[in-house]
Design a binder for this molecule. Structure first.
Ligand SMILES: C[S@@+](CC[C@H](N)C(=O)[O-])C[C@H]1O[C@@H](n2cnc3c(N)ncnc32)[C@H](O)[C@@H]1O
Ligand code: SF4
Length: 394
């Protein structure tokens, strides 16, 4: 059940004293040059002055949460477009993080970058701050498609940013792609993926396009202006993606994610393992002491709450009982290895079948799930129908 008031301090303290404190941090930078036509993330057009005030508020939020964390193993600065911040602003952001949090010496620190918004100075700042992983949103390898998506960069600009990052020593890079785009043919998608593979990134995220309400794409699709590939074409693209990336040495370790050996993103594994983490910034979500919280979405309200030294939370949900079990199962099924039956039993003190026996039997009979001695996971067919399985668990 969603409660629309922040929890009292005593609730938080009560919970966090008994359990291990989170060692993962997500920070949301809600600025983009312009909004891509398909995107529903909580982002606003970049204004330098507003970004400055936002970073000050973020620092106040860090101070509120830092005492509730263990030394950080993973930090993910996402957006939005964190790389749209100036080199000075990025420097301040990382100095603030270092001032407030203890960070493990081998921590994974990722920053999301939009091609065309990185330069040598910013890359140096990030390297010096210990950032060891970059994630570039490319989406497609055709200029015309990028224009139709509302992207701010060309393929050449992406290549320049990517190669510059390599020159600056970044040896752990992800590239985001989207398939099943309007009018996209199998040939076009194959060109995008093959060209991406030839750059040898350590990690590739290949998402199928999701039509999000409140985006221009959604309106154009509803009015018939946008024509999407058929479900069969989309499934064919997905199937080909899995086979091609595996044959090039990538492990398919989550529905949309592929990694070279030992390059799985540790931060996202925290989410998929339903472990706790701190989330900071407008609209960010976090999970601490059994409480899942979502921050205020608007920048002025977020800044105002922090100026009064209040946590800028708009919603909380206390995850207990069956809700926690269902979320744990659903998130773990996103991983290709599925859910570890023993870990589930250790966490909840009962076997997975106690809460989900009938549902699981149904999906196993329909060959959407399969289990062995140690794990339950989606079948290859189940990967294509994962949302149907998840909806029933919700
Ligand atoms: C939070 S965005 C940040 C990345 C960065 N701002 C950029 O776009 O270059 C992360 C990724 O989500 C994916 N994404 C965003 N909206 C999507 C949608 N409607 N359907 C599928 N993937 C989407 C894109 O691949 C994007 O790169
Ligand atoms: S896809 Fe990335 S750049 Fe485009 S609006 Fe969304 S967050 Fe911003």
């Amino acid at each position: 059940m969603l409660i629309r008031v922040p929890p009292s301090e005593s609730d938080w303290n009560l919970k966090t004293t008994n359990i291990e404190m989170p060692s993962s941090l997500y920070i949301h930078i809600p600025f983009c040059a312009t909004k891509c036509y398909y995107c529903a993330f909580n982002t606003y057009s970049f204004q330098k002055e507003q970004a400055k005030v936002y970073l000050d508020a973020l620092q106040l939020e860090m101070a509120l949460y830092a005492p509730k964390t263990s030394p950080l193993n993973t930090i993910f600065v996402g957006g939005g477009t964190p790389s749209i911040l100036s080199a000075n602003a990025l420097d301040k952001l990382f100095a603030d993080i270092q001032k407030h949090f203890r960070i493990c010496s081998n921590a994974e620190i990722t920053v999301e970058c939009n091609p065309g918004t990185v330069d040598s100075e910013k890359l140096n700042v990030m390297r010096n701050a210990g950032v060891d992983r970059l994630s570039f949103g490319l989406q497609a390898m055709q200029d015309e498609t990028l224009r139709q998506l509302g992207r701010i960069h060309t393929v050449d600009e992406f290549l320049q940013s990517y190669l510059l990052a390599r020159e600056h020593g970044f040896d752990n890079i992800n590239i985001d792609l989207i398939f099943a785009l309007p009018k996209q043919t199998m040939d076009a998608w194959q060109h995008t993926l093959n060209e991406t593979i030839s750059l040898e990134p350590e990690h590739i995220s290949a998402y199928n396009l999701v039509m999000e309400e409140s985006t221009p794409f959604y309106d154009w699709w509803k009015s018939g202006e946008l024509v999407l590939p058929s479900e069969d074409t989309e499934a064919g693209m997905f199937q080909w993606t899995i086979e091609t990336l595996i044959s090039h040495g990538y492990t398919h370790y989550e529905i949309c994610n592929y990694a070279k050996p030992n390059r799985e993103v540790k931060h996202n594994l925290v989410y998929w393992n339903n472990q706790e983490y701190v989330g900071l910034g407008v609209g960010a979500c976090g999970y601490i002491g059994g409480v899942r919280y979502t921050n205020i979405r608007g920048i002025p309200d977020y800044i105002e709450a922090l100026s009064k030294h209040n946590k800028p939370i708009s919603e909380t949900e206390h995850l207990t009982g069956n809700a926690e079990k269902a979320e744990t199962l659903m998130l773990a099924l996103r991983k290709r290895e599925g859910i570890c039956l023993e870990e589930y039993e250790q966490r909840f003190g009962e076997k997975l079948d106690v809460a989900f026996g009938d549902t699981l039997k149904k999906w196993i009979d329909l060959e959407l799930l399969e289990r062995n001695e140690t794990h339950l996971r989606l079948t290859r067919r189940g990967l294509f129908l994962a949302n149907e399985v998840f909806v029933e668990l919700m």
